[in-house]
Design a protein around this ligand. Structure first.
Ligand SMILES: Cc1ncc(C[n+]2csc(CCOP(=O)(O)OP(=O)(O)O)c2C)c(N)n1
Ligand SMILES: [Mg+2]
Length: 574
């Protein structure tokens, strides 16, 4: 059993079903070991895609995602995607190849200080120095990635730990045939070195996955929150991505919210938690609702830019926050009741303490009415004529084309932000966006991970045309690995979210202009089916044709030429 097999054994024991990679000589034994153990190895066209895909599998399954990349540029190419996962608190294990242990720092191919690079963007990292340590390092890596505030971890595995002992001994020995005293000393030293590398490696490794530490909120905080909640007149619950970390209990969380009866806004990964049409879910005018609320529960939602650093919540309101992260719990505003622990558990514990009943009917009616008014306004905005297809109309058609098995991936600026107002994810864990890092380019990787995790889902990948450029090449990966899905490019020939403010404030569109390129023909080059859509009348038909192609097992892309609207005017984030 070589080191690559050991890695595969450890991954298998932790429930890993997919490994995402872009290959390199340093990591080949891991990939072969994985395939031989029945772990599906998905090779992408960019390391960032591999990590984005691993991130998506983690978010949807709760099992840490795994990406394996080669030494040097393979590792550095993952930086943005790893940082994105860190900001999104997504558990993943990045395995990086490295130069042979005895050659480190001596000018070996692709030998750089990877540990320093990973220092600030992973929650834990280890460079493994002996074969015997591979399995314990991975056990620790999986444990660290999932416990407390989840996040990415990094395990560095030098190439001489991964191959057969005999072969490695050959590398270190046979090449040197000289017999000078100096050479004799070097040879003895290398023998000692290899003995150390493989010490104890004769024993069959045993993998013991460690139980994950999920912090429980204090009962005291739950009791205090329950007391304040029943006294409140206008409570509001905000649930965010962190509430979805325990993927196995998302239905219980939805049940708890229903039982609590508190009007709720969902953000990030929590979109879809309450299905497409839940009477307690509000979608619009959140800022107004927050200003009026006399009690706000933040379940896994920090007071960052999305809540204007806490300023969206009235000073007089009771603020209750539950978060796994100490920093996020008190970020910018100290809550009246702070529950350090898993926010989903907090909501469930709270629901057990509050008697169900129609407590806040008037308040809920008011919010619902406001939602309905905004929805009617959106219908009007969708009917306004624009050049090509009105994006609001297109998003409405996409929403109508969804099924209850749809998963939506959002990768872009204005167009996907418009979609996030209109498209209703049908069930828990059916919406994926990058998270607070706002990274463009997540699209293909997220869609890949989603389709693999949920083979029966129809995956919709919503792209801005600018964002599509980062990962369109992965249609090649979709073809090679049989990943049928539908991508829709909202093609406005530009980086519009940036252009909108730039032109208004600085009166110059420099670096924001793209062309109405034929993205449909690009994917055609990989063997996928592309459609060009420039007539609003044909939106429904084109989308359902694309969906049919995906149902038949092929990836499809709709290049939807869209016009300008002021739907997103004034929404700049800083
Ligand atoms: C990696 C990365 N680079 C740049 C940005 C800045 N940025 C945010 S939105 C945006 C425009 C996106 O353009 P597109 O995908 O075409 O969507 P549109 O706004 O045109 O609908 C840009 C460049 C970013 N968020 N991430
Ligand atoms: Mg664009």
């Amino acid at each position: 059993m070589h080191g690559g097999d050991r890695v595969a054994l450890a991954l298998q024991a932790h429930g890993v079903r997919f490994v995402f990679t872009l290959t390199g000589g340093h990591i080949a034994p891991i990939l072969v070991g994985c395939r031989q153990r029945g772990i599906r190895v998905i090779d992408t066209r960019h390391e960032a895609t591999a990590v984005f895909a691993a991130d998506a599998t983690a978010r949807l399954s709760g099992i840490p995602g795994v990406a394996v990349v080669t030494a040097g540029p393979g590792v550095t190419n993952t930086i943005t995607a790893i940082k994105n996962a860190q900001m999104a608190q997504s558990p993943l294990v990045l395995i990086g190849g490295a130069a042979a242990t005895a050659l480190r720092g001596r000018g070996a191919l692709q030998d750089i200080d990877q540990m320093s690079i990973m220092q600030s963007i992973t929650k834990w990292r280890r460079s493994v120095g002996r074969v015997q340590e591979i399995v314990p390092a991975l056990e620790e890596a999986f444990y660290q990635s999932r416990s407390g505030v989840p996040g990415p971890v990094f395990v560095e595995l030098p190439i001489d730990l991964l191959y057969d002992e005999q072969l490695v001994r050959q590398w270190y020995g046979l090449k040197r045939s000289g017999r000078s005293p100096a050479q004799w000393v070097v040879q003895r030293y290398l023998d000692w070195w290899v003995n150390r590398l493989f010490a104890g490696a004769q024993n069959q490794p045993v993998v013991t996955p460690r139980l994950v530490d999920v912090p429980d909120p204090e009962d005291r905080a739950v009791r205090a929150a329950a007391l304040r909640l029943v006294q409140s007149q206008r409570p509001l619950l905000l649930a965010g991505s962190q509430a979805m970390l325990d993927t196995a209990s998302v239905d219980a969380l939805a049940g708890a919210i229903t039982r609590l009866g508190v009007p709720t806004y969902l953000s990030g990964m929590a979109r879809g938690l309450l299905g497409a049409n839940h009477p307690l879910q509000m979608r619009h005018r959140r800022r107004e609702a927050l200003r009026e609320a006399d009690l706000v529960i933040l379940a896994g939602v920090p007071c960052d830019f999305r809540l204007d650093y806490g300023n969206h919540i009235a000073r007089s309101a009771t603020l209750i926050a539950a978060n796994r992260s100490c920093t996020d719990l008190t970020l910018n505003r100290r809550p009246d009741i702070a529950a350090l622990g898993d926010p989903a558990r907090f909501v469930r514990m709270l629901a057990e303490r509050v008697l169900p009943g129609e407590h806040w009917k008037e308040w809920i009616d008011r919010l619902r009415q406001r939602d309905a008014v905004r929805d009617a306004e959106i219908v009007r905005q969708a009917a306004e004529p624009t050049a090509y297809v009105n994006p609001v109309h297109l998003c409405r058609v996409i929403n109508e084309t969804l099924s209850d098995r749809s998963i939506i991936v959002a990768d872009g600026g204005d167009f996907v932000a418009t979609a996030s107002y209109i498209v209703r994810p049908p069930r828990p864990l059916s919406w994926l966006d990058p998270g607070p890092f706002g990274t463009l380019g997540v699209g293909a990787g997220f869609a890949l991970g989603a389709k693999l995790c949920r083979p029966d889902a129809d995956v919709w990948l919503l792209y801005g045309d600018g964002s599509a450029g980062y990962s369109l090449v992965e249609f090649d990966t979709f073809m090679r690995h049989n990943i049928p899905l539908v991508a829709v490019v909202g093609n406005d020939a530009g980086w519009t979210q940036i252009a909108r403010e730039q032109v208004e404030i600085l009166h110059d569109d420099v670096a924001t202009v793209l062309a109405y390129s034929d993205y449909d023909r690009v994917v055609g080059g990989f063997g996928a089916v592309g459609y060009r859509l420039d007539d609003p009348e044909l939106a429904e038909e084109t989308l359902s044709q694309a969906r049919q192609i995906a149902l038949q097992g092929k990836p499809a892309l709709v290049n939807a030429l869209i016009g300008k609207t002021d739907f997103r005017k004034g929404s700049i984030s800083m």
